[in-house]
Design a protein. Structure first.
Length: 279
């Protein structure tokens, strides 16, 4: 009789601990964003009077001023082209690498898996990429930048390899008996079934391209082709003391990524968990 209440209390205590840990993680991740928003709503007088204090009179004008000063209208279009184009190509490349690895269609899959993991830790070969684009006539071009960024597939093939293992191999055999070709099988069967993993790879690739600033500085010297991250350079020098304006500009750059994560988080979580569990 005494064991019953204990059994009900233990799961309740466990859930409480889980909720507390989840709340702690949420605070750790949300605090920098909220701190940045708090700074973005301050004018110079409020910031210098109390840099770490809560804003008293929000200065919403910082956002349109930062948008105009950083020329974010044109830069945002460039970043959408770069991130979207590179993410689509990178996701397709990841699929064509990850699926045959999961099925064992490639020789020495263990070697390929080790290589994919090692690639994650290799530094960016900026000089090599610069020379490659220069000699192919694609330097300082949008298509050249998209192609360079799309080959940085990162963890994409590893996630898709793990997720593809959850797709029953009997479907492969049934499709082969029906005379379905490999490309048609990928587009008709694999892509719909692996949608969470594909969306996850697309998001991770798009975030990586969106946040890139070093390669963009080297490979795109033309200001008209610059991505949105380079718009933050407009707040150097003359505007370095306007911390509210700089914080508002940073919020503008990060805003699309935050919105994309909010709307696509269910795909991101299911794709990562699926790839991790099945891999």
């Amino acid at each position: 009789m005494a064991d019953g209440p204990r059994r009900t209390r233990r799961p309740a205590a466990g859930r409480a601990i889980n909720y507390l840990l989840a709340l702690l993680v949420a605070i750790l991740y949300l605090f920098p964003l909220l701190y940045l928003l708090n700074t973005a709503l301050k004018d110079d007088a409020q910031f210098f009077a109390n840099p770490n204090g809560l804003v008293t009179v929000p200065n919403w004008a910082n956002f349109p001023d930062a948008w105009n000063q950083g020329n974010f209208g044109a830069y945002m279009i460039n970043s959408v082209i770069y991130a979207g184009g590179a993410a689509v190509i990178g996701t397709v490349v990841s699929l064509f690498i990850g699926f045959p690895l999961a099925r064992g269609y490639m020789k020495r899959p263990g070697v390929w898996n080790v290589m994919l993991v090692l690639i994650l830790f290799l530094p960016n070969a900026i000089i090599t990429q610069f020379q490659l684009l220069l000699r192919t006539g694609l330097y300082d071009t949008r298509i050249g930048y998209v192609l360079i960024m799309s080959v940085a597939v990162g963890i994409g093939p590893i996630l898709l390899r793990g997720y593809a293992k959850s797709i029953p191999i009997e479907i492969d055999e049934a499709a082969a008996l029906d005379g379905v070709g490999y490309l048609r099988y990928l587009t008709t069967f694999v892509i719909p079934m692996a949608r969470p993993a594909l969306v996850t790879v697309f998001i991770l690739q798009a975030i990586s391209v969106w946040n890139e600033i070093i390669l963009a500085t080297v490979l795109l010297p033309d200001p008209d082709k610059a991505p949105v991250t380079l718009g933050l350079y407009a707040f150097q020098g003359q505007y370095t003391s306007h911390w509210g304006l700089l914080a508002a500009a940073t919020m503008i750059v990060a805003g699309p990524l935050v919105a994309a994560y909010i709307f696509l988080q269910r795909y991101l979580v299911s794709g990562v968990l699926g790839g991790a569990v099945k891999g």
